[in-house]
Design a protein around this ligand. Structure first.
Ligand SMILES: *Cc1c(COP(=O)(O)O)cnc(C)c1O
Length: 370
């Protein structure tokens, strides 16, 4: 492998984050406390117009608790895309409800509104669309379907901090939305999640479920979890929050440079952006010839030192853990995407030289297979 490997993702942690952690550690109070409260407030103001927002120990916890708080449980069906990280389907299954996997539309890899419509049954309680790769789901159409059928919308905004649709920020659309703060996401707290809630009742329920079902100490009202965020993690997140907008702009610039550089390369389809959508490029994902994708990925790494990722090679409905919910299911666009997608580095630490190298490497490797 050549020197100077370009990694597919790179969390940025600086002195300010280290100092913030040190400050909390020195205070001697490290569990959930004032840092978490401040982080919730600042995150809410930054991303979701001040909506009631609850910090938890992971995005997955946020998704699980959000669903429980919104009343999803055994006997319910929730419509989810199969082309996503397993946490999406898992969080529905963990509530005792049934994840109903449907196909994506081919242009932006998000839920296909026609497929959602076709999957609705009397048991359908809600829809959990994913703002995949940082591109918002097709908000107008999905919202219209939810309204028409009286369904909840539970946003998986794990990858979409700062994305928007017609000026509406993601995280303000559904009954609740979950943002992940895992290190490779657009900002991090080490591990963590944020749940933005449409009303105070859902927010109160998430808070109860986060902390053993207690609002007042030792007066447990419901059976709950320990899904609290620590003040150490919140301190990291608060610093990241001051930097994330600059990183987003850099991701968008990097994506534009890749679009331009790859435009003339045959067999490479660059990512589309829907009208009205602001894409925050958690991933920059191209489509390649299915028979070539794995060879290209390998050669990028071995011959050019360019890392890449496949998100996701096995769709949720074919995972051994979730396949029981999808006997005999055929999702052609999902299967095609799983064979064709490749995510190239787009993270904010890339230099212009790195971007040139990525473009040249892709062009070279693709040409070698032609
Ligand atoms: C990362 C991610 C999650 C889960 O978040 P964690 O913080 O890792 O638990 C859920 N859905 C999607 C689409 C993700 O990318």
């Amino acid at each position: 492998m050549p020197v100077d490997f370009i990694p597919p993702a790179k969390p940025i942690i600086g002195d300010e984050e280290r100092e913030a952690v040190d400050r909390v550690l020195r205070s001697g109070m490290i569990a959930q406390g004032p840092e978490v409260a401040a982080f919730e407030q600042e995150f809410a103001e930054h991303f979701v117009g001040g909506r009631a927002t609850v910090a938890v120990n992971s995005g997955t916890s946020g998704q699980h608790l959000g669903l429980l708080a919104a009343g999803v449980g055994p006997g319910d069906e929730v419509i989810v895309p199969s082309f996503t990280f397993a946490a999406t389907g898992n969080s529905v299954a963990l509530t005792g409800a049934t994840p109903v996997f449907v196909d994506i539309e081919p242009d932006y890899f998000t839920l296909d509104p026609a497929a959602v419509r076709a999957a609705i049954t009397p048991k359908t309680k809600g829809i959990m669309p994913v703002h995949l790769y940082g591109h918002p789901f097709l908000v107008d159409e999905i919202e219209a379907i939810a309204k028409e059928h009286g369904l909840g919308i539970y946003e998986d905004a794990a990858q979409a901090h700062g994305a928007s649709w017609d000026g509406r920020q993601v995280g303000t659309i559904g009954d609740f939305a979950m943002f992940s703060l895992y290190p490779t996401k657009n900002m991090t707290s080490g591990e963590g999640g944020m749940v933005s809630c449409a009303n105070d009742e859902i927010a109160r329920n998430v808070r109860l479920l986060r902390n053993q079902g207690m609002e007042t100490q030792y007066a447990n009202e419901v059976v709950g979890f320990n899904a609290r965020m620590t003040d150490v993690h919140a301190a990291i997140g608060r610093v990241q929050l001051t930097r994330v907008d600059g990183w987003t702009v850099q991701r968008q610039r990097n994506a534009a440079a890749l679009n331009e550089g790859l435009a003339g390369v045959p067999g490479v389809q660059t990512p589309g952006v829907a009208e009205g959508a602001v894409h925050v490029y958690h991933q920059y994902t191209v489509r390649l010839d299915a028979g070539e994708r794995d060879r290209i990925r390998e050669a990028l790494k071995e011959e050019h030192g360019v890392g890449s990722g496949v998100y996701y090679p096995i769709p949720n409905h074919r995972l051994p853990s979730l396949a029981e919910f999808a006997p005999g299911l055929d999702l052609p666009e999902t299967e095609r995407a799983a064979r064709e997608v490749l995510s190239l580095p787009v993270h904010p630490s890339l230099s212009e030289g790195d971007l040139d190298r990525i473009v040249a490497a892709v062009a070279d490797v693709v040409r070698a297979g032609a």
